[in-house]
Structure formats: structure tokens, C-alpha cells
Design a protein around this ligand. Structure first.
Ligand SMILES: C[S@@+](CC[C@H](N)C(=O)[O-])C[C@H]1O[C@@H](n2cnc3c(N)ncnc32)[C@H](O)[C@@H]1O
Ligand code: SF4
Length: 366
């Protein structure tokens, strides 16, 4: 039984210069056939034999909130009609502050969405401008109030640090302003320069620079500030109030099966992993012609799953079972002697120093 469903909505009000998620500028003509394709893909996967009773659903993107009220009603209503939601615990939808309205928020609540993840990124105008965001800080504040007014009691706010021109003081101030709003969950991502983005081109031309030591400092300050405000650091970039961890992301990190619908979406079911074509028109055309739209397939052996669970698990505050690491005995001793991991009872976790090098530590096991 597959318990986790992801739906990729590839439309954004405007494309941000740092982002490499698969998306395109919203296009009214493409949207309705795309919505039909997502529902059709779900039908095709079920006909193929994938049994679904979701515990979590995640609408990500792109910007799912770029859909109109009528389009949301069509897509989410269509999903509701097709899925057994009797065991659904968490239904998240990502929003951009520029695309929030009370009407949309109330409709989402009525349709069963119970968690919102909104990309505020920063509260100061210069950083928002560097990031090419379509919204102002005032708009983010207003949209957050709208979500609360609509009854959402589980809201995440996304942030980015290490942005060119963003001073450590500006970043701390962003965190303080967010803490004052008391969201239930906070994501704080270190800016990454992704292939094929305007930011990467500026980086390569020497217009933007990266300072890993400064970023490590910011990371430590972030964890301290948020822990002091009652947010538990449960994964490298994620902090939550008690009981508000993101169950969907935890399922990925624990290596559970998930079905992804929409262009570029990954799925892992049993010993098979695939991802759909990164092209909305091609995705829509293929699905509506009754063909699957995957252009990547990979066998997932229990051994690979184990390795991935270790790499992801180490990024979480729960760490991984000590017994799982037995095959890497000498490397584990080495990481411990470098002060990067430590043993707590039967589990191995990253130390604060290890958290700064989480990706390099994880690489040892994959
Ligand atoms: C799909 S977007 C969230 C929803 C919506 N599209 C928005 O931007 O408001 C997911 C999040 O990834 C983060 N992100 C995207 N590109 C990033 C990058 N290059 N480095 C760090 N974080 C990034 C941002 O914080 C963003 O809010
Ligand atoms: S950060 Fe969000 S709004 Fe900006 S391009 Fe990426 S998905 Fe779209």
C-alpha cells in the first residue's frame, strides 16, 4: 500500500532567478488539459495496480497556489473523488505570498488541505529584490494573516540565507520577524547555485560569490535563534514546534514508498523508481493519449533503499540505527573521531559540527 502522494504543479507567477525546480510561467491555455492529465495519470497508476490510501499528500511546485479557485476545486475535488482519504493525516499545499486570497485559502480548508507552506524567503526589500520575488514583505505578512483567518493552524514559512548582499544582521532580523509571527514550522535553506539558473551564470561570471564559512556561521546562528524560540531542529533545514514536523518529508527521509504525479515528479514504489518528463506540454500530451510520461527508470534494491535511508536519516535529529552502520565500521569510527557523529543509545546522530557537513557525511554511505 502506498501512503504518500506528491502532485507537481509546474506554474509560477514569475520564474525566480535562483530556482531549478521544474516550472514555467503560468499559461491559461495549458492549465485545464494539464489538470485533466494529472487526474488521468492517477487513474492509470491505480489501474496498473498501485494501491493507495494516503497518510500524506503534498502539492508542490512550481506554485500550486498559482491555480485559480475554479482550477483548485476541479483538481483537488477530482483527487478527493478518486482517493480513500479515511487515513489522511496531512495535506500540504505550497503557496507563493503573491497568490494567496481568502477565497482560495477557505476553499483549500474546505477541500481538506490542512497545512500550508509559503515561500516568504526574507522580510527585507533588498534581499527580496535580489531573489527576484514577485511579492513584498507587506504582502507576505498580509497573506500569512489571511491563512490564519481561513483557519490554517499548521503553516510553514520558507526562507533562504546566504543570498548575495544579505548581511548576517539582515538574516537574523528576518528570523526574528518570522519568529514574531509564530508559524508552526520554519524552513531555512542555504542558497544553492543550481545549474541553468541566472544565479549560476552570475556566479560563474564572478558577479556573485559564495562563502562557505560565513554560511556555516549563519547556519549555527539560525539553529540557536530558532531553538531559543522553541523550534526543534529536526532536519538540517527544518525546524518545527512540537508535533508539527512535516510528515510527508519525514516519509521521504525514512525511505517510504510515494507516488508522484505531474511533470518532473519522482515516484518510488516497491523496487521501482521513475520520474516524469520535465515538460508540461509533453507530459499532458502523453498522458491524455493514454501513455505513461516517465522518461527515467531505476531499479531500487533493498540495499540502495537502506543506503538512502542512512543518508537522509542522518540529516534528521532522529539519526539512524547504529546496527545499520555496521558494514561501514572503520568509516564510522573515523567520522566519530573527527567529532562529526555521535552515538545516543542505539542511534547514531550528527553532532553540531557534523550538521554543518551533513552532505559530505551522508556521501560516505551512498
Ligand atoms: C517550490 S518553492 C515554494 C513555493 C513557491 N513556489 C514560492 O517560491 O513561494 C520551494 C522552496 O525552495 C526554496 N528554494 C528554491 N530554490 C532554492 C535555491 N536555489 N536555494 C535554496 N533554496 C531554494 C525556497 O525557499 C522555496 O520557497
Ligand atoms: S522559488 Fe517558487 S515561485 Fe520562484 S520559481 Fe521556484 S517554484 Fe517558482
Amino acid at each position: 500500500m502506498t501512503r504518500h502522494v506528491y502532485v507537481h504543479i509546474p506554474f509560477c507567477p514569475k520564474v525566480c532567478p535562483y530556482c531549478s525546480f521544474y516550472k514555467e510561467a503560468s499559461d491559461r491555455n495549458k492549465t485545464q488539459p494539464f489538470l485533466d492529465a494529472v487526474l488521468r495519470e492517477l487513474d492509470m497508476r491505480r489501474d496498473e495496480g498501485i494501491a493507495l490510501r494516503p497518510h500524506t499528500i503534498f502539492f508542490g511546485g512550481g506554485t500550486p497556489s498559482a491555480l485559480t479557485v475554479a482550477q483548485m476545486e476541479y483538481l483537488l475535488g477530482g483527487l478527493r473523488g478518486r482517493l480513500d482519504l479515511s487515513e489522511l493525516a496531512e495535506w500540504t499545499l505550497e503557496m507563493n505570498p503573491a497568490t494567496v486570497s481568502l477565497e482560495k485559502a477557505k476553499l483549500l480548508r474546505d477541500l481538506g488541505v490542512n497545512r500550508i507552506s509559503m515561500g516568504v524567503q526574507a522580510w527585507d526589500a533588498p534581499t527580496l529584490e535580489t531573489l527576484g520575488r514577485v511579492h513584498t514583505a507587506d504582502q507576505s505578512r498580509h497573506s500569512y494573516a489571511v491563512l490564519r483567518e481561513a483557519g490554517f493552524d499548521n503553516v510553514n514559512l520558507d526562507h533562504i540565507f546566504g543570498v548575495p548582499g544579505q548581511s548576517p544582521e539582515a538574516w537574523r532580523d528576518t528570523l526574528r520577524q518570522t519568529i514574531a509571527l509564530q508559524p508552526d514550522h520554519i524552513s531555512a535553506y542555504n542558497l544553492t547555485y543550481e545549474e541553468d539558473t541566472e544565479f549560476m551564470r552570475k556566479f560563474q561570471r564572478g558577479e556573485f560569490a559564495q562563502d562557505p564559512d560565513a554560511d556555516a556561521d549563519l547556519f549555527e546562528q539560525t539553529a540557536d535563534l530558532l531553538a531559543g524560540a522553541g523550534y526543534e531542529p529536526y532536519e538540517t533545514s527544518n525546524f518545527s514546534r512540537p508535533g508539527r514536523r512535516c510528515a510527508h518529508n519525514l516519509a521521504y527521509w525514512r525511505g517510504h514508498d510515494y507516488l508522484g504525479l505531474g511533470p518532473s515528479a519522482f515516484s518510488t514504489v516497491g523496487e521501482h523508481r521513475w520520474s516524469n518528463v520535465r515538460d508540461t506540454a509533453a507530459y499532458t500530451q502523453r498522458i491524455l493519449a493514454g501513455e505513461f510520461a516517465a522518461d527515467f527508470h531505476e531499479p531500487v534494491s533493498p540495499e540502495l533503499r537502506r543506503r538512502e535511508s542512512i543518508a537522509f536519516g542522518l540529516r534528521t535529529s532522529d539519526g539512524v540505527e547504529r546496527a545499520w552502520l555496521q558494514p561501514w565500521g572503520a568509516r564510522v569510527d573515523e567520522l566519530a573521531s573527527l567529532g562529526l557523529i555521535s552515538t545516543v543509545g542505539e542511534r547514531v546522530v550528527l553532532t553540531p559540527k557534523g550538521r554543518l557537513l551533513a552532505d559530505s557525511v551522508a556521501e560516505v554511505f551512498v
